[in-house]
Design a protein around this ligand. Structure first.
Ligand code: 5GP
Length: 120
């Protein structure tokens, strides 16, 4: 990958709690915390604690299947925990064209307002 997709990211410091974040859910495999620049009343990022090659979804391999499934399940838990009963959106930006800015896989969980489609 390009230089921007190698090396540590800001999320490593969030995982180690060197940088504080508002944690919504945590277990041994994943962390969910509020986005610093929320695009909806509820905007939570769900990330694997171990990046393990998952800089972006486009790098996924068969060995990642279990964590990928868990991340998606935790997105649902987060929506539930945030009290969203009327719908939510899960987004993964993959690569520069999709506006990915942090190269550690993350799911955006968005809710609390009416969403538009197509997202643009
Ligand atoms: P991307 O654009 O890569 O899909 O999403 C990265 C997200 O990480 C952005 O929505 C951005 O606001 C969020 N973000 C970047 N740095 C920090 C940070 O230090 N703390 C938190 N909580 N969110 C961050």
């Amino acid at each position: 990958g390009s230089s921007e997709t190698r090396g540590p990211t800001i999320f490593d410091k969030i995982i180690s709690k060197e940088i504080p974040s508002s944690i919504v859910y945590e277990d041994e495999k994943v962390l969910a915390f509020r986005d610093i620049n929320p695009q909806a009343p509820v905007h939570v990022l769900v990330i694997p604690k171990l990046r393990n090659g998952l800089t972006q979804l486009g790098k996924a391999e068969t060995r990642h299947a279990e964590i990928l499934g868990h991340l998606l399940y935790v997105a649902k838990l987060v929506a539930e925990k945030e009290g969203i009963t009327d719908g939510f959106r899960v987004v993964i930006n993959n690569g520069p064209t999709a506006c990915q800015s942090v190269y550690h896989l993350h799911l955006h969980v968005l809710g609390g307002r009416q969403m538009k489609w197509p997202p643009g």
